[in-house]
Design a protein around this ligand. Structure first.
Ligand SMILES: Nc1ncnc2c1ncn2[C@@H]1O[C@H](COP(=O)(O)OP(=O)(O)OP(=O)(O)O)[C@@H](O)[C@H]1O
Ligand SMILES: [Mg+2]
Length: 259
């Protein structure tokens, strides 16, 4: 199962990615979580200890690796380099595992047509396609805002794109934009998750104003989420309401045929 998590900045993509990764790991499944944000935060949200985090570096920033695999230094434009470098060993070699969640930091990835033709994007695109082809049991992609950077491979292999929103018109507007961009590339397996929902009125607002994306579930607003962040404890362990809601969302995915 391959899940991509998108949505406007700050809505809770990383929080949901971490919750779902731990839900599936605790169900005994093999989970690969991929942080595709240029400013990675997923390790923190999953409670990876410092010594493991020190071993994680975004692939996009590994200049030596990029040069070794493509034959050219990152930033080179116009020279010769391999456009299909070897990547199959990268997920295991450069990831770390904690509580049965394997985590890989990719850094900024532009998979759309607009990315530069340069060694680093050749390596990242090849790696991303490789991840989508791999027979991982569960792959969870924590994307950064929008889907502009998604390419065709994503469309063919992602089982569900989860768009996270807050109960605000602005974040639902972003969801509508994401839906449009997804439609442009032929991606229709989209579901909405509302986060930071404070009461029934807000839940009803999301249901009424969804831009035609089915609502998979809702996560309540809870001050303990920020407390967990301050204490460095995963939300999964510290906030029962979010833990339970994440279990519910995993269950809804099964009901939608995504498992
Ligand atoms: N249910 C919630 N209740 C209260 N606070 C929340 C909740 N979910 C997330 N937050 C807080 O909102 C902030 C943003 O969450 P998160 O980092 O998961 O969002 P994001 O969409 O990944 O952000 P970015 O776009 O920067 O990657 C964090 O400070 C987090 O603690
Ligand atoms: Mg994030």
């Amino acid at each position: 199962m391959k899940l991509a998590i998108s949505g406007k900045g700050g809505v809770g993509k990383t929080t949901l990615a971490a919750l779902l990764a731990q839900v599936y790991a605790d169900q005994g499944r093999d989970v690969l979580a991929v942080d595709a944000d240029p400013a990675p935060c997923l390790a923190g949200a999953l409670g990876f200890p410092d010594e493991l985090r020190a071993r994680l570096h975004p692939i996009a920033e590994m200049e030596g690796l990029i040069e070794e695999r493509t034959g050219a230094k990152p930033g080179t434009v116009g020279g010769f380099f391999t456009i299909n470098p070897r990547v199959d060993d990268i997920p295991e070699r450069f990831s770390v595992v904690h509580r049965d969640v394997r985590l890989l930091e990719m850094g900024s990835v532009d998979l759309g047509g607009s990315g530069c033709i340069c060694p680093e994007s050749a390596l990242l695109k090849t790696l991303f396609t490789h991840l989508l082809f791999r027979k991982d049991d569960v792959l969870i992609l924590d994307m950064y805002a929008g889907v502009e950077h998604l390419g065709r491979a994503t469309v063919d292999f992602v089982d569900a794109m989860i768009v996270v929103v807050e109960p605000t018109r602005r974040s639902l507007g972003t969801a509508a934009q994401i839906k449009g961009l997804a439609a442009d590339i032929g991606l229709s397996r989209l579901w909405l998750v509302a986060n930071k929902v404070r009461n029934e009125d807000e839940a009803a607002f999301v249901e009424a104003e969804t831009p035609g994306i089915p609502v998979l579930g809702m996560l309540p607003a809870d001050l303990a989420v920020q407390e967990a962040d301050r204490l460095g404890i995963p939300v999964y362990d510290h906030v029962p309401a979010l833990h339970d809601a994440a279990l519910g969302i995993a269950g809804s995915l099964v009901a939608e045929g995504v498992s």
